[in-house]
Design a protein around this ligand. Structure first.
Ligand SMILES: C[S@@+](CC[C@H](N)C(=O)[O-])C[C@H]1O[C@@H](n2cnc3c(N)ncnc32)[C@H](O)[C@@H]1O
Length: 112
């Protein structure tokens, strides 16, 4: 039952990413997430001292959050059900010059 639901969700997002590409999701980070990072990290930890802080986004989609997290110096990881999302995420990170700082995993293919 749970597997069937996950398959339905995956198909939904795969179709959406295939049809709309990067426009399927936001291009910029979630406002609340930015506030959280601002409050907890930006003003408290220098950018060059954030590399040891690991951030994992479950369901990272096309990385509209992760590019900012990565660009701000955190050790960033993303995981998504959708292969299309992972491809778009690479595109997004590459656009922001973050290609080599990003890794992503898909269910059943790897683990942290
Ligand atoms: C609404 S999008 C949000 C993407 C991103 N977090 C953002 O804020 O831009 C939800 C994402 O979660 C992924 N997702 C949904 N259920 C998941 C699961 N069980 N495991 C991994 N990814 C999942 C979908 O494939 C989709 O890319």
């Amino acid at each position: 039952m749970a597997e069937k639901r996950i398959e339905i969700v995956k198909q939904y997002y795969e179709d959406s990413y295939k049809e709309k590409g990067l426009n399927a999701q936001r291009l910029y980070p979630n406002e609340e997430l930015l506030r959280f990072f601002g409050r907890e990290f930006f003003s408290k930890i220098d950018r060059n001292k954030r590399g040891h802080i690991k951030v994992l986004e479950l369901g990272c989609g096309s990385c509209s959050n992760l590019w900012m997290v990565s660009k701000e110096g955190f050790d960033s990881y993303g995981l998504d059900l959708s292969e299309e999302a992972v491809n778009l995420g690479q595109e997004m990170l590459s656009y922001w010059g973050m290609q080599r700082k990003f890794r992503s995993w898909q269910h059943g293919k790897s683990s942290l």
